[in-house]
Design a protein around this ligand. Structure first.
Ligand SMILES: Cc1cc2nc3c(=O)[nH]c(=O)nc-3n(C[C@H](O)[C@H](O)[C@H](O)COP(=O)(O)OP(=O)(O)OC[C@H]3O[C@@H](n4cnc5c(N)ncnc54)[C@H](O)[C@@H]3O)c2cc1C
Ligand code: SF4
Length: 326
């Protein structure tokens, strides 16, 4: 099947507010669970580390919503999926394109029946490993702020033009909502300072994928399809297979939807087709972090831009369609 592209968002505003884009993932997850299947998706654990978990009940879906900019630990996820597929149980796996490719190749190599497996990846900017994330958490605790819960894609400040925020709730109950470019962790991630090495030459780009569906933020929808932008998050959905289309059709009563033009969508979201640019200061970042220097101090120093580069960046931004990494 030729990949089909859609702009869409969930009609459930409350649920969409917990998701990074249009809230399409929770609708699909619910559809799979309603039909007797299970979902494997990324959640925070008690230490705010990210790991894939099995989701068997609707009320657990919320724990897996939202982008987490940390590599998710898969642990025994693939083994558990293979065993369910051999028992003809339906399974939905959601992960980075490289995690999905790993699962699909294992399923093929082990000659496991794929008919009951749905695989969803997302447009991927890249993920930082756990070392950077632990460095950030440590810096916060040295300031006397232990993070109790986090939303790296808070939409209380909006979504259009990438205007989302970073929200932290501390263990003393205080809450901070910071524009994404002002939070040190996000600042370093946006500068590509500490993504995993493979993310700078990623083999899983492009429109042709081994997955059933690809989800992304529809950056630029405000120009392409303004009626599909209400500042609460719009998804770009790429459906690659008949199996993916059947799954997607199961949720169309719950979404607002419009056909999208893939070429235009790619223009506003380079991460669909291209790897993220390597930051020459990456080595220095890890050297200093490994020597025990404070994460926030290092990021502040290495992401400082001169006045000339700031002006240059502002001019480029005003010429291009604005967006945010997701
Ligand atoms: C690290 C990362 C980078 C991304 N980069 C881009 C980008 O450059 N451009 C773009 O358009 N979209 C990007 N996305 C995807 C986008 O932000 C949304 O996640 C996607 O559009 C789905 O949104 P939703 O509203 O339908 O559901 P959401 O509720 O936001 O669904 C999020 C889904 O992603 C899974 N997930 C979250 N974090 C991780 C993780 N660390 N590892 C594996 N799975 C995870 C969750 O388990 C859930 O299934 C990225 C997402 C992540 C996690
Ligand atoms: S950018 Fe590529 S290598 Fe990096 S996490 Fe995403 S899919 Fe994997």
């Amino acid at each position: 099947m030729i990949t089909k592209a859609f702009a869409c968002y969930s009609l459930n505003d409350e649920e969409r507010s917990h998701s990074s884009s249009g809230g399409i993932y929770p609708l699909i997850a619910r559809e799979v669970i309603h039909n007797g299947g299970v979902v494997y998706a990324a959640c925070y654990d008690d230490n705010l580390d990210v790991c894939h978990r099995t989701i068997e009940n609707e009320h657990e879906i919320v724990d897996s919503q939202g982008s987490k900019y940390v590599q998710s630990s898969l642990s025994t996820t693939f083994r558990s999926i293979i065993s369910r597929l051999r028992n003809y149980e339906s399974v939905l796996f959601v992960g980075t394109p490289c995690q999905c490719a790993g699962l699909v190749s294992l399923v093929n190599e082990t000659k496991t029946p794929r008919t009951h497996l749905y695989v969803i990846d997302f447009v991927c900017h890249g993920v930082p490993g756990r070392v950077a994330w632990n460095g950030y958490k440590k810096s916060k605790s040295l300031e006397g702020n232990n993070i109790a819960s986090i939303n790296m894609r808070d939409k209380s400040t909006g979504w259009t033009y990438g205007n989302y925020a970073w929200k932290e709730i501390m263990d003393n109950g205080s809450t901070t909502v910071t524009p994404r470019r002002q939070n040190p962790y996000m600042k370093g991630m946006l500068a590509n300072l500490y993504l995993r090495p493979s993310c700078y030459s990623c083999s899983f780009k492009g429109v042709n994928r081994c997955t059933d569906i690809t989800l992304g933020d529809y950056w630029g929808v405000w120009d392409h399809l303004p009626e599909m932008d209400d500042n609460k998050g719009t998804s770009l959905v790429l459906v690659h297979t008949e199996q993916g289309m059947r799954l997607f059709e199961g949720i169309t009563d719950s979404i607002k939807i419009a056909d999208a033009n893939i070429e235009r969508a790619i223009k506003g979201n380079s991460c669909i087709a291209e790897s993220t640019k390597y930051n020459e200061k990456r080595e220095e970042f890890f050297e200093r972090l490994n020597k025990g220097e404070n994460f926030i101090t290092i990021v502040d120093g290495l992401t400082k831009t001169s006045l000339i580069s700031k002006v240059k960046k502002m001019m480029i931004n005003s010429l291009n369609t604005r967006g945010g990494i997701s």
